[in-house]
Design a protein. Structure first.
Length: 367
């Protein structure tokens, strides 16, 4: 499907970070015309690839109803901050300082009335506040006039070509007057398909030749000795408890080494000692470029900032390869190549379902 520049769907991007979600859509023919993020370094990384369409600033201080610098758009994208919903840490959910930021995303949808929106968040969103968070979020989106058909689905991006096991919720909303019947795409690789996973070993082939964001990290001799005791794919629990090098860890990421024959475990943005992700067979932390490869970023995507800042950007990002099928599945809506259906019936049926029933229905209709 060839789309000229004038016909590319126009995207407004929120909580954009370095641009992983935008990149997945960009590679499928979309054009981000305005973006926003609170992190100055993430904005610079975004601008390195997409140009000066991103505004550095606090979204709570931006009024999408009145700001004339924000263009009209076909699609609103964004991954509202996930820390308050993550299953790794405690979950304040909607009560957290960041949990309520999704409502600013909803304001942009209300102000711009795009044909569709895609919101990304962590798996923990489905259980935050004992399941009330996702219920409130769905209802808030549904009530935006003229009404949006809201379809959340939990993706494991390893099943969509990313060399990393990474579970994230994608909430797709379709303006019901468009009559576009969106269906989430089925996995394209892994046990439920005839195509194997893209492995960490395959992803890291030739990475040493990449000149950008590939600086080696310092590694203490004690850490090297610990890593020597951990097998391929193992973590801190593999260090014998009677060893003087034994450490206690809270999460499985601590001193986790990659397994070259399967996707990597989830790349995270920050954390204490031992959470960088570690190479195998070399006893060392992964470089940021290796982490970017495992997040499916192309080698010409250059991140700005120091090593710790770049780590944060990569770990917070949406793997671009993981959302390309969703972008492709949405494209007919924007170029008009679909048979409209009456979405009012589905809209009303979904509203009557519990969140779990909604998720099951959406999962059963995947194709």
């Amino acid at each position: 499907m060839v789309i000229n520049d004038n016909n590319k769907p126009k995207v407004v991007s929120l909580f954009s970070g370095c641009g992983g979600l935008d990149l997945g859509f960009h590679l499928e023919g979309y054009d981000t015309v305005w973006a926003n993020d609170f992190s100055e370094w993430a904005c610079q990384s975004f601008a390195n690839y997409f140009g000066n369409v991103i505004v550095h600033g606090d979204i709570t201080q931006i009024n999408p109803y009145q700001d004339k610098n924000i263009p009209e758009c076909d699609l609103v994208l964004g991954g509202f901050p996930c820390q308050d919903f993550s299953i790794i840490w405690k979950q304040p959910g909607l009560n957290g300082k960041r949990g309520g930021l999704f409502r600013h995303f909803a304001e942009f949808v209300d102000a711009k009335k795009p044909k569709a929106f895609v919101a990304e968040n962590v798996k923990g969103l489905l259980t935050a506040n004992k399941g009330k968070a996702i219920d409130v979020i769905i209802k808030d989106f549904e009530t935006i006039a003229p009404g949006y058909v809201v379809k959340p689905h939990l993706y494991n991006f390893a099943e969509y070509g990313v060399p990393q096991f990474r579970e994230r919720v994608l909430i797709v909303g379709i303006r019901k007057d468009t009559g576009f019947n969106f269906v989430h795409p089925k996995p394209i690789c892994g046990p439920s398909t005839d195509k194997p996973y893209f492995t960490a070993g395959e992803a890291l082939e030739g990475v040493e030749a990449v000149p950008f964001n590939n600086e080696p990290l310092g590694c203490k001799e004690k850490t090297r000795q610990m890593l020597e005791l951990i097998p391929e794919g193992g973590n801190f629990t593999d260090i014998p408890k009677d060893s003087p090098l034994y450490v206690k860890g809270m999460i499985s990421h601590v001193y986790r080494r990659i397994n070259r024959n399967e996707p990597a475990k989830t790349i995270i943005a920050a954390g204490g000692g031992g959470t960088w992700g570690y190479h195998y067979p070399e006893p060392r932390p992964l470089t940021n470029r290796e982490r970017a490869r495992l997040q499916s970023f192309p080698d010409d995507f250059v991140f700005s900032g120091n090593i710790t800042e770049v780590r944060r950007q990569i770990g917070n990002a949406v793997p671009p390869e993981g959302v390309r099928l969703v972008a492709r599945r949405l494209m007919p809506l924007f170029i008009g190549e679909y048979e409209p259906v009456d979405l009012e019936k589905e809209f009303e049926e979904l509203k009557k379902l519990s969140v779990q029933e909604r998720l099951e229905r959406i999962n059963n209709e995947m194709e």
